[in-house]
Design a binder for this molecule. Structure first.
Ligand code: SAM
Length: 282
């Protein structure tokens, strides 16, 4: 059976429909599934964490490659299907949870020693793409890579470099933590039901070394966040409004000291610029 036939068969067998509120768009293109699995470069020593396995189309392929696959799924109906479908696979484990609420750090720390690498592979629920990726990066999990299907529009923001037209706060977060790679653009007829947007598979490889020297990472990301919350304002104005500086004069003094144009807009700054600002006493 191909993925399209399999998806239709499973939906009929278990009498389920896709739940739009949970971002359920089931992948039905075998070539795309192969591209995701191949680009994740999974070995028999790896633990794969799959977020949102749904009916398990991608899961089955991951189970054949990895030492272990831990799935995190919110929908109880999907959990029942997956438990039935993969009951004979020792390497399959499922956690019923909202991935945004799950203590992933604890989960990964517990499993770390048993596997060579831990990799996230997923066709993500689009309504929370950015939150999931931010969580995976900011919690500093011991991950080797993240290979995910997401909306093309979001992918463009993630893989953009500072200074581009799609640059946003998340661009800097990605730039700080990973090297990015576009794998393939995916048309919306590769899913049922079809999402309204085009998708893209991207791979994020976690850096082993920080690309810039920063004393307080959290402070730097806060500055970036505030700078982009008011992206039409100049940096001086948005950082003064967010109380990072005592007043405008103080902001101008600090920026001038480190050689940053005081009329600059946030997207024109490099990651190094933000690191320099955050390393200054305010
Ligand atoms: N992996 C399947 C596939 O490719 O066909 C389904 C992908 S579907 C785009 C997204 C999946 O994420 C759904 O199964 C949905 O139930 C699940 N999901 C939605 N919100 C979630 C959350 N907060 N935590 C965990 N899983 C979630």
């Amino acid at each position: 059976m191909n993925s399209l036939e399999e998806t239709k068969f499973l939906m009929k067998k278990y009498n389920v429909n896709a739940n739009k509120n949970l971002g359920q768009n089931f992948l039905i293109d075998d070539d795309i599934i192969s591209r995701i699995v191949d680009s994740a470069e999974i070995t028999k020593e790896d633990l794969v964490i799959e977020i949102g396995p749904g009916l398990g189309t991608l899961t089955e392929r991951l189970l054949n490659k990895a030492k272990k696959v831990i799935c995190i799924e919110l929908d109880k109906k999907m959990i029942a299907i997956l438990e039935d479908r993969f009951k004979f696979y020792n390497q399959f484990e499922i956690i019923q949870s909202d991935v945004l609420k799950l203590n992933l750090k604890q989960l990964i720390d517990e499993k770390r020693k048993m596997y060579k690498n831990i990799k996230v592979v997923a066709n993500l629920p689009y309504y929370i793409t950015t939150q999931i990726i931010t969580k995976l990066l900011e919690e500093q999990l011991d991950l080797e890579s993240i290979t995910v299907m997401i909306q093309k529009e979001v992918a463009e923001r993630l893989i953009e470099k500072p200074g581009g037209k799609n640059t946003g706060a998340i661009t800097y977060c990605i730039d700080y933590y990973c090297e990015t790679q576009c794998i393939i653009e995916v048309p919306n007829d590769s899913f049922i039901p079809q999402p309204k947007v085009t998708s893209e598979v991207i791979k994020l490889k976690l850096r082993k070394q920080e690309p810039v020297k920063v004393k307080d990472k959290e402070k730097m990301f806060k500055i970036i966040k505030y700078a982009f919350m008011q992206r039409r304002k100049t940096l001086v104005n948005s950082l003064t409004n967010a109380n990072f500086f005592k007043n405008k004069e103080d902001a101008i003094r600090v920026l001038q000291k480190i050689g940053i144009d005081i009329n600059i807009r946030p997207e024109q700054l490099t990651l190094e610029d933000f690191a320099k600002i955050s390393n200054e006493k305010m």
